[in-house]
Design a protein around this ligand. Structure first.
Ligand code: DGL
Length: 271
């Protein structure tokens, strides 16, 4: 029965665990198969063509594992490859990205001026700016690439003097004056949401984790794919390249340490 099949979630690495965690909390009856493409991390500096290729291959892999839906738990991959994945796999599965839920949240809040921060690719793709412009033409939108933030968070620089200096440099920028909402368009940034909130009192800070989980719940429900049976199967967390550091860092993104399995889908031949 398709309702009991797993949900496939993928990211460039382990940042997407913030989304996986929110999905598991919101939908405890669902089984998750998570794939982090640590061989190619980070996606934020890669070309759109490369990310399209990675996303196609990973989606095929998750569908071959029997997944009933695919969540692109990465803003960069959502910005670069969502359309391609829909073109290829629309008939086989439902595909949820992290851009649509954030855009929807910004519009629901009736924001007059919205700021966006994310990786270079996400911001330069213009995907958020275009969608907001189409759906809310009167909304003022301003976006800044903040490439230092993801590696800073991975290194555990959260809520300390270093991250404060970096965040102030990015966020106390004249372009953000007068905004009423800031979209955290990178999976990692959910971890520094309280620190950003302290620097921007009165601004609504919206991240990808729970917004995406809620959006996925709606999509599964509309397609009669929500699992109503007790969950029997274990979740799987797979990476294309295993290192002990990746496994240790999962605790940061998932709230609990996660056991990572390795499956290097890029290796043509095992030596
Ligand atoms: N997970 C990516 C995102 O949400 C950030 C890390 C990367 O550059 O791969 O954009």
């Amino acid at each position: 029965m398709s309702q009991t099949k797993p949900i496939g979630i993928f990211d460039s690495g382990i940042g997407g665990l913030t989304v996986a965690n929110a999905v598991i909390s919101r939908l405890p009856k669902e089984q998750i198969i998570y794939f982090g493409d640590t061989v190619h991390l980070p996606y934020g500096d890669k070309s759109k063509d490369s990310i399209n290729y990675y996303a196609l291959r990973i989606t095929r892999y998750l569908l071959d594992k029997g997944c009933k839906a695919i969540v692109i738990a990465c803003n960069t991959a959502s910005a670069a490859a969502y359309r391609t994945l829909v073109d290829f796999f629309d008939r086989e599965t439902i595909i949820v990205n992290v851009v649509d839920p954030l855009v929807e949240a910004a519009i629901k809040r009736n924001a007059r001026k919205v700021g966006i921060i994310g990786t270079k690719l996400t911001i330069e793709s213009g995907v958020y700016q275009q969608q907001l412009h189409t759906l809310a033409p009167e909304m003022e939108v301003t976006a800044l690439p903040t490439p230092l933030l993801a590696p800073m968070i991975e290194e555990g620089f959260i809520n300390n003097s270093v991250s404060n200096v970096v965040l102030k440099e990015y966020l106390h920028h004249a372009m953000f004056d007068g905004m009423d909402a800031l979209l955290l368009a990178c999976t990692h940034y959910a971890l520094i949401k309280p620190q950003i909130q302290d620097l921007l009192p009165g601004v609504e800070i919206i991240d990808t984790a729970d917004t995406t989980a809620r959006y996925l719940q709606r999509q599964l429900s509309e397609h009669q794919l929500l699992n109503t049976f007790p969950q029997q199967e274990e979740h799987h967390f797979i990476v294309s390249d295993f290192t002990p550091t990746f496994e240790e860092t999962t605790a940061l993104f998932f709230k609990d340490a996660v056991h990572l399995e390795e499956d290097n889908i890029w290796r043509q031949q095992k030596w």
